[in-house]
Write a protein that binds this ligand. Structure first.
Ligand code: SF4
Length: 488
């Protein structure tokens, strides 16, 4: 269903409001409904070690869990996607798999197939070939490192894009791999279609280089400690890094980025991790530094009691806040009700602050997930006024070479061709001596399939055809399209 349709279907309920707020009790779906987990105990389920050792990494492992409740049609579709399109390998912790089709009772062979196809979490964690578009499946400007983070590395893995803040990619792995990952260039293991970039320096040297840079760069006050996902760094190493970071006087804000809080909350509930967070939070408090955690939930179904427990454990251990940065994905959450359901479940049920929703970045093969800036503006309009102002998420576009911009901040917008223009008020590390950097427009592109026919025809004329492209082909197409857009 298109966003316009879903907005149109907003009906006034007995409250007289387009969105009928109701408090919802969180429920952990019963994992024993799946044949492969029939005998899994609560103690096993709550064990981080059990979760990690039972992650689904292959079709065979998925079959072991779901058995014949799902038809071969689905398994074959998934296998083809992994072979022909996927930019991330399969890696789904049991906790995440259990949030798929949570309300559908299995009733024999094949009974979960259609529901699994339609499931919002499945749509981004286990993408299948038939989800993808066959025309304009990759935007001509799609690139592996769509935000140009590597070009802005001050040291290996340390992206210095904004004047006062940096992103520290401590490691290139996560406990779960999301199909739409914006860091698909670096994160995870290679897929048949994407050979991943590898860090060159030794891990300890990389982290030491990052700390050195921060010590000699006093204008940086804010560090996003990320990856990958920091849940994959052994706790003692993460604690050592954070302790060193807290010794740097100019660092005043630290944010730990971990989707594992919702994907593998068992990790953050381990006693040694909770105690360690308590020590680092106490140190941060004593130095007047804000230490927070940022997670990545895209759908209300991800917010279960154990996720709420993990978030609560982090807050009770002394973190200043736990915030959510989701990604708007068509077929997953690109609907005002879905976004509000998620925000209220985060806020009411798990004490997690809704913070940002990003537009999906322009990586290869992501066009079926992406929405236009115009749709994003409509979504922002429809979610205003229901949540407290401090918990109303901003919908943002991460504009290449610019950074996050609220979706209403664009300077110009050609709706026919789906080209939005943005300006910026600071220089990234790439533009230190560039006098024109603050006057120049920077562009972002709507998915071509969402454009009117005349816009699609314009792109076809520039690009030649609408075939799916990747990597070198996409880059060559992008340079042709760049020339066309510059002439435009
Ligand atoms: S958790 Fe984040 S970094 Fe890891 S695969 Fe998902 S989106 Fe990418």
């Amino acid at each position: 269903m298109s966003i316009a349709d879903s907005i149109a279907r907003l009906v006034e309920d007995e409250t007289g409001q387009p969105y009928p707020y109701r408090r919802v009790e969180l429920v952990e779906p019963d994992w024993t409904r799946f044949p492969g987990w029939r005998d899994v105990t609560a103690a096993e389920w709550e064990s981080a070690q059990w979760q990690r050792s039972h992650c689904v990494k292959s079709l065979a492992q998925l079959r072991e869990v779901l058995g014949d409740l799902v038809d071969d049609r689905f398994y074959d579709d998934l296998a083809r996607d992994q072979a022909e399109r996927a930019t991330m390998t399969m890696l789904v912790p049991p906790q995440m798999l259990n949030t798929m089709v949570p309300h559908v009772a299995p009733r024999g062979p094949g009974s979960l197939t259609d529901a699994l196809y339609a499931d919002p979490i499945r749509r981004y964690m286990l993408p299948v070939l038939s989800d993808r578009l066959t025309e304009w499946g990759s935007h001509p400007f799609a690139t592996r490192d769509s935000l140009h983070e590597h070009e802005m590395w001050a040291t290996e893995g340390l992206t210095h894009r904004y004047p006062t803040k940096v992103l520290a990619e401590l490691l290139p792995t996560c406990p779960q791999y999301c199909g739409h990952c914006t860091r698909m260039d670096l994160v995870g293991t290679s897929t048949p279609t994407v050979e991943k970039l590898k860090f060159v320096a030794k891990p300890n040297d990389r982290l030491a280089d990052m700390l050195d840079y921060l010590r000699r760069t006093p204008q940086v006050r804010d560090v996003v400690v990320s990856g990958g996902d920091v849940a994959n760094l052994p706790w003692p190493r993460l604690e050592a890094f954070l302790t060193s970071l807290l010794e740097i006087e100019n660092v005043r804000d630290i944010r730990l980025a971990t989707k594992a809080l919702v994907g593998l909350p068992q990790h953050w509930l381990q006693p040694e991790v909770v105690e360690g967070i308590g020590r680092v939070a106490a140190l941060a408090r004593s130095r007047g530094v804000s230490l927070a955690m940022h997670t990545h939930a895209n759908h209300a179904h991800s917010i279960t009691p154990i996720v709420a427990r993990a978030a609560g454990a982090m807050l009770d251990a002394g973190l200043r806040d736990v915030r959510n940065q989701g990604v708007i994905l068509d077929g997953v959450n690109a609907d005002p009700h879905a976004l509000l359901d998620l925000c209220f479940r985060l806020l009411d049920g798990a004490r997690i602050m809704p913070y940002y929703f990003y537009l999906c970045d322009m990586i290869p093969f992501a066009e079926h997930w992406r929405i236009s800036v115009a749709e994003a503006q409509r979504l922002q309009h429809h979610i205003m006024g229901y949540l407290p102002g401090f918990a109303t998420p901003r919908i943002v576009c991460d504009v290449p070479f610019v950074g996050k911009r609220w979706v209403h901040q664009l300077a110009d917008y050609d709706r026919e061709r789906g080209i939005s223009s943005w300006t910026k008020n600071y220089r990234t590390s790439l533009e230190a001596g560039d006098a024109g950097a603050l006057d120049r427009p920077y562009h972002y592109y709507d998915p071509i399939h969402t454009l009117p026919e005349s816009g699609r025809a314009w792109w076809a004329a520039q690009h030649g055809d609408a075939e799916v492209t990747l990597d070198a082909t996409a880059r060559a197409a992008a340079s042709r399209a760049t020339a066309a857009v510059q002439a435009y």
